[in-house]
Write a new protein. Structure first.
Length: 588
């Protein structure tokens, strides 16, 4: 092989890796948050865990990515270590799909219909369709399908380039002598592990081995130990990803390593023992691309079938390797921000789902904080007042950490829909943070009344009760719309916000009339004004949240235009809702 052959091999490998990455990203985007929901369905049933692990890996075309996700789930407390064992085993089976796809490049036949199965025959058509879908359509789903088709085409042409580049080596005796060295089981395992660790992909290293099959120098006896090593080498990605994670996450990465190590030892012992007692005819035969795919699948299925019943033992082995210290708590407290694990950023659809969950918890915390602060107006106590302050700090932390995480996520390769969701979350968490701030202000009003022993009149207190009920409802409606991404619920917020504004104005007018009659003091007026203002601001933020949800789902971003149309005289539905809420929250 001359220098140009080496460059062709490197170029083929580059196209192969790029195609695999593009296809994987397209598949991941197409699946969206379903990956997260699939993994959430995990139970203690190990067979189901294996099946789901295989399914997710087959979708994203990377056992390393699945294992890194699992490490992240265990680190954030979403998944137990016992559940992770089955998923990791399933990931090893799912990754064999790629080798079967690559084996199609080795099809040789004079039959036209069989030749059509060869990727170089049909992938140009897929590429044309894919490019057309990417350039000519506006649908993000169709663009993702186009990316998958183009990625698959590039992947297959990269494989074909590698195969073509190594073909001259078929007549090279020096190459045959070098590659024969790896027929030594130990050297073969080391070579496979090192190559996979460098490429960070067992699929890529298996693809290279399949390409080398075209030289005729790769026998099944040589291929078996290299494939075993490739399965061990793929553990490096998960081991690197667990750095800085908690102990259970590190144990999950070790389970992946132990599974492949023990599986390799068992498979190799059985294979060479059988070959010694009864020589296997195919060992010295030249391996084909389909044969490599068969060995890859047989090993991973064999290892899973043998070790699945001993999943608990693998878990215990990982726990013995990374022991709990006596100072460690038996049940560590789960940090509410652990679900925002940086490892998920490698899989944006999963990271976005984690952000949704964190934002929902932030919204609920802000809602509960406001309810608690309002209750202090009727009966003040230090314990609840302290909880309001603590909750407000939690909401602030959510905005800080979630906002930073969303900005990092926004720099990743996202679909149009995912980008819009990121923008929506960034806008909404700011409003929830401000709602918590207003809750603290309301607590301040209650504290002032408590310290100065001030009291509203019975009539004023009844008006505040009605007003607070309206505010509680608008916040609950906004939070429900946000959590469920429900446009119908979101459309109920703006009419109620109009009623809150009317209540604000009417309560202020009634206070002024009582003040003129001497039935209320100026000092109480300041407290009432602050309280009403904070209620009104809360409703405004709820309106912002609802409008944001509606606009994102309707691809419309002109807020003023939307509100003008909504509040127009012709909008009978909007007027009916205002009338309904006005009747419900009518002041006596």
């Amino acid at each position: 092989m001359d220098i140009f052959g080496v460059l062709t091999l490197i170029g083929g490998l580059a196209l192969f890796l790029y195609g695999m990455n593009t296809m994987g990203q397209g598949l991941e985007k197409l699946s969206g948050s379903r990956l997260e929901k699939i993994l959430e369905k995990l139970t203690s049933n190990p067979i189901k865990s294996v099946a789901l692990g295989a399914l997710v890996t087959a979708v994203i075309q990377s056992s390393s990515a699945t294992t890194v996700m699992v490490v992240g789930f265990v680190n954030s407390g979403i998944m137990k270590l016992s559940q992770a064992v089955g998923v990791i085993m399933g990931a090893n089976i799912g990754t064999t799909i790629t080798s079967w796809l690559l084996s199609l490049t080795g099809i040789e036949s004079s039959n036209v219909f069989i030749q059509l199965l060869k990727p170089t025959s049909f992938t140009p058509i897929l590429a044309i369709i894919g490019i057309f879908m990417i350039m000519m359509t506006k649908s993000s789903r169709k663009k993702d399908i186009g990316s998958i088709l183009v990625g698959f085409t590039v992947l297959m042409f990269g494989m074909d380039m590698m195969s073509g580049a190594v073909e001259p080596l078929a007549q090279n005796e020096s190459f045959r002598e070098i590659i024969t060295m790896f027929s030594n089981p130990l050297l073969g395992i080391v070579a496979g592990a090192v190559l996979t660790a460098i490429l960070q992909s067992s699929s890529a290293s298996v693809g290279m081995l399949q390409a080398l099959c075209d030289t005729g120098a790769v026998t099944y006896g040589l291929a078996v130990p290299i494939i075993m090593g490739q399965n061990i080498g793929t553990c490096v990605t998960a081991l690197l990803s667990c750095m800085g994670a908690n102990k259970n996450a590190k144990r999950a990465a070790l389970v992946h390593l132990y599974f492949n190590l023990i599986g390799t030892i068992l498979f190799m012992v059985i294979f060479y023992t059988v070959n010694a007692l009864h020589p296997l005819d195919f060992v010295d035969d030249t391996a084909g691309q389909v044969g490599i795919a068969v060995i890859h699948s047989v090993f991973n299925v064999f290892a899973t079938l043998v070790l699945l019943p001993f999943g608990k033992w693998l878990e215990k082995l990982a726990c013995l390797t990374i022991r709990d210290k006596e100072s460690d708590e038996k049940e560590p407290v789960r940090n509410e921000f652990q679900i925002l694990d940086p490892r998920f950023l490698a899989t944006p659809s999963v990271a976005l789902e984690q952000c949704r969950q964190a934002a929902a918890k932030m919204a609920e915390c802000a809602r509960d904080t406001l309810r608690l602060s309002i209750s202090l107006m009727s009966e003040y106590n230090e314990q609840d007042a302290e909880r309001v302050a603590q909750n407000e700090e939690i909401v602030d932390n959510y905005e800080d950490k979630l906002g930073s995480y969303l900005l990092n996520l926004g720099s990743k390769s996202l679909t149009v829909s995912e980008s819009q969701t990121v923008n929506m979350l960034l806008h909404c968490i700011s409003d929830f943070e401000r709602i918590a701030d207003h809750a603290v202000n309301i607590k301040g009003c209650a504290l002032e009344m408590h310290e100065k022993e001030l009291f509203f009149s019975k009539k004023a207190m009844n008006e505040i009760r009605i007003f607070s009920e309206a505010v509680n409802e608008i916040l609950t409606t906004a939070v429900n719309a946000f959590e469920n991404n429900d446009i119908t619920t979101a459309k109920s917020v703006e009419p109620l916000e109009e009623v809150v504004d009317s209540l604000s104005g009417e309560i202020r007018d009634r206070h002024i009339r009582r003040l003129r009659k001497g039935k209320c003091t100026i000092e109480m007026g300041f407290v009432l004004t602050d309280l009403v203002t904070n209620f009104e601001r809360v409703a405004d933020h709820c309106s912002n949240i609802a409008v944001c949800i509606i606009q994102i789902n309707s691809n419309s971003f002109d807020t003023h235009s939307y509100l003008n149309v909504l509040k127009s005289e012709d909008n009978a539905e909007f007027r009916e809702k205002i009338a309904k809420y006005s009747e419900k929250y009518m002041l006596p």
